[in-house]
Design a protein around this ligand. Structure first.
Ligand code: ADP
Ligand code: MG
Length: 451
């Protein structure tokens, strides 16, 4: 029976989730409407109950079993032979009555099996965040509370949080770890209000040992959610329970977040994930390629491709990974070596989108610096050669390196006419071929701006 049910579950939850979560659990018995399953650890029990309890219940009922609820027990023997009498204590219970099914939904979000410490590549930009996350993941006495991780999109905040959860699972299976996004927190809060289940809500959130809330900036401006979050936060800190928070910016910089919450968020350890540098990006790509080897054993990768990608795609790691995945899939499909040419063909849109945008201000600043004049003189009305020449060079570079039109450029140069800009650009074009010094300057400036 369980065998047939497993097949059904496999179809519904997919290979990966099945292997991680359903495979380790074992049906034990069905007695007076209670189906009991053996699980290897509390963590698996809680997780399966929270995420798949409903589903298992539903499928058992559908296949004709009289099941009211399911319960999970930690097996004394992790091989969990179903014939063994159960010795462990129940860790989580799912009921089939509609109200209680809703309680089930009030739990954590799924964890991504790929987001572990092992797969997290550490470099200068993220070493502090990584070290702090690892410390918290040891599950020892609480030293800083909360741990606040912040940084831009795709720099690994969610990855690190999941890694903490996985690590805690293996080191401290006795702990009740709850991970969810701030959006889910709000959603559950609103649902609890609507269903008059605030007591259950409070109980759930106050009974965890480790609470992780991802993307906390989401609750900014949402007053009652903030309020509830604040109380939850305080209750847990008072009990000395670990809290881990992430956001896209520092606590003090989150707009529309109450000051008392900001200051609370700052009391622990605040660490940021810096934008990736070239070395880190290359490291991530190399790790990723290694993990692809099994999947695409015959693929050839030409020298310089990874370096090229690490250099060109600097926006965020998600984009970088996506590009590599696409490249491998494409190359294996057409059965060709991954060369520079194939890379540029296959990723032309990504490469174009991630081209660094150089601003007019940047150009003006760099050129003024190079010729040792003031920015105000570069933009100002004075027409002496000392200012006019650098101004023309800056205009020329604006035309070359940005997508601004001549009138737009003119406007940024103290409201000059587009014909003035056109004249300046022409003049520099002439000088570039005639004057070696100017030609060198241009090359130098261009390289500095594109770096
Ligand atoms: P964030 O939550 O900060 O927006 P994520 O944690 O979702 O970013 O990371 C985006 C993607 O980049 C994920 O697939 C993640 O595994 C990957 N990633 C980010 N940083 C690293 C890193 N240092 N090593 C390996 N993978 C990383
Ligand atoms: Mg995230």
């Amino acid at each position: 029976q369980w065998g047939a049910l497993r097949q059904e579950l496999l179809k519904t939850v997919g290979q990966n989730n099945f292997k991680t979560w359903i495979d380790p659990i074992e049906f034990s018995e069905l007695d007076s409407g209670v189906a009991t399953f053996h699980v290897p650890t509390n963590f698996v029990g809680n997780y399966v109950s929270q995420n798949y309890g409903d589903l298992i219940l539903h499928q058992m009922t559908r296949s004709g079993h009289d099941v009211q609820r399911i319960s999970f027990e930690v097996a004394a023997n992790t091989a969990s032979r179903p014939t063994l009498p159960s010795t462990g204590a129940p860790v989580a219970v799912a009921n089939s009555t509609p109200t209680e099914t809703r309680e089930l939904a009030m739990t954590g979000a799924p964890l991504d099996g790929r987001f572990t410490f092992e797969s997290f590549v550490v470099g200068k930009p993220n070493e502090l965040a990584n070290a702090a996350a690892r410390r918290v993941a040891e599950g020892g006495p609480v030293t800083f509370n909360p741990l606040f991780l912040y940084g831009g999109v795709g720099l690994g905040k969610t990855h690190l949080m999941h890694a903490i959860a996985w690590e805690l699972q293996s080191r401290r299976p006795d702990l009740n770890v709850l991970y969810l996004s701030a959006e889910q927190f709000m959603y559950r809060f609103v649902q609890a209000l609507r269903d008059r289940k605030m007591m259950d809500f409070k109980e759930l959130f106050r009974s965890v040992d480790v609470l992780m809330v991802d993307d906390v900036q989401f609750i900014a401006g949402k007053d009652s959610t903030q309020e509830e979050f604040f109380h939850t936060f305080n209750a847990l800190v008072d009990q000395n329970k670990q809290i881990i928070i992430s956001a896209d910016r520092a606590p003090g910089e989150i707009k529309d977040l109450e000051d008392r919450i900001k200051s609370r968020l700052q009391c622990g350890l605040v660490v940021d994930l810096h934008p990736t540098d070239y070395e880190l990006r290359l490291g991530i790509l190399q790790t990723k390629v290694d993990s692809y080897r099994a999947q695409y054993p015959d693929l050839q990768l030409a020298d310089g491709v990874l370096e090229f990608l690490a250099h060109r795609i600097s926006t965020n790691v998600r984009v970088l990974e996506g590009a590599l995945t696409r490249l491998f899939a494409f190359a294996s499909l057409v059965g060709r070596e991954i060369t520079m040419e194939l890379t540029q063909d296959c990723l032309s849109d990504v490469l174009r989108a991630s081209e660094r945008k150089i601003s007019v201000e940047e150009i003006q600043r760099k050129v003024a610096e190079h010729y040792n004049i003031r920015l105000s003189d570069m933009i100002g009305p004075k027409r002496v050669r000392t200012f006019a020449r650098p101004r023309q060079i800056a205009m020329y570079l604006c035309k070359q390196l940005t997508s601004r039109s001549l009138p737009e450029i003119g406007r940024r140069f103290g409201g000059r006419d587009h014909t003035t800009v056109m004249h300046g650009v022409k003049r520099v074009e002439e000088l570039r071929t005639a004057d070696a010094q100017i030609s060198d300057d241009l090359e130098l400036l261009r390289r500095a701006l594109e770096a």
